[in-house]
Write a protein that binds this ligand. Structure first.
Ligand code: PEP
Length: 280
């Protein structure tokens, strides 16, 4: 595991029990560019939906590709499982070939992943900090809950830049929001080296970045109440075997799950998450 050098968050402290608010954990499945044909998406959803629907102490969200959103949304209609998109444009409509707006997602899903590192890495004008902020605002304006991804590279960790990088990312993404809007956002802390590599961060490191850096950055802008209300997930090589170790951490409110969410035993991952969350 790569260390978080530079004593990130040094001098700050985690809140005590009485300062914490109840945050409902949220497990979001990022299917990425997989299961995009409606029929294959439906077959997978039918395999897991009954068991997943039962685990209602945590919020569960499936994020298929755009092409399968309608099919998945319909298959989940009578369940308590939410649906999310993996991206959207910040404009309402117009000459944006191949893009999808928040308005188009309305009625199809309740969540949208924004600023995922795989999109940030691809670069371009639609994944700058300003563009991500515009997407967050557009999503909220259409009653979609943004799942805003932040995270540092291995090189940035090694240079001791975790604190500045993730604080700046979360500050930019939430810039200009009201406190009420900021509190509605979900943040996913995903150190880049942990995504899709099979090497997860240690739960203690993830807990420290989330509690001491991200909540502090939110508190500076929106106050301690909002910082304690915002749900912040961990993401990066989460599996059924390691999820409990993250969920027992007091600052971690769930996970954004990539590869492991494509397997039928994703249900075990969510079940283990719910059981562990109940113990913390
Ligand atoms: C992700 O893509 O957000 C992710 C966390 O992927 P994985 O779980 O495969 O590391």
């Amino acid at each position: 595991m790569a260390p978080h050098r530079g004593a990130a968050g040094a001098g700050k402290r985690l809140p005590n029990e009485s300062e914490k608010t109840m945050r409902r954990p949220i497990l979001a499945a990022n299917w990425k560019m997989n299961l995009g044909r409606p029929q294959e998406a439906l077959e997978f959803v039918r395999r897991i939906r009954y068991a997943l629907n039962e685990i209602d102490t945590v919020e569960r969200v499936l994020c298929p590709p755009f092409t399968a959103l309608t099919a998945v949304a319909e298959a989940l209609t009578a369940t308590s499982i939410g649906v999310g998109a993996q991206n959207m444009h910040f404009e309402e409509k117009g000459a944006h070939t191949g893009e999808i707006s928040a308005e188009m997602l309305t009625g199809l899903c309740q969540f949208v992943i924004l600023g995922h590192s795989e999109r940030r890495a691809a670069g371009g004008a639609l994944e700058t900090e300003m563009a991500i902020n515009r997407k967050v605002r557009a999503a909220l304006a259409h009653d979609l809950t943004p799942i805003v991804c932040v995270g540092e590279t291995l090189a940035q960790i090694e240079k001791g830049e975790t604190q500045s990088v993730v604080s700046d990312q979360v500050g930019a993404a939430l810039d200009g929001l009201t406190s009420e809007q900021a509190a509605r956002c979900v943040i996913a802390y995903e150190p880049l080296w942990a995504i899709g590599t099979g090497k997860a961060a240690t739960p203690a490191d993830a807990n420290r970045v989330i509690g001491l850096i991200l909540r502090a950055a939110i508190a500076v802008r929106f106050g301690e109440g909002v910082a304690q209300a915002v749900r912040i997930q961990y993401g990066g090589s989460v599996t059924p075997a390691n999820i409990a170790s993250f969920m027992t951490m007091p600052e971690i409110d769930g996970a954004l799950v990539g590869g492991a969410s494509l397997k039928p035993d994703y249900v075990d991952l969510v079940r283990n998450a719910a059981e562990a969350a109940g113990r913390r």
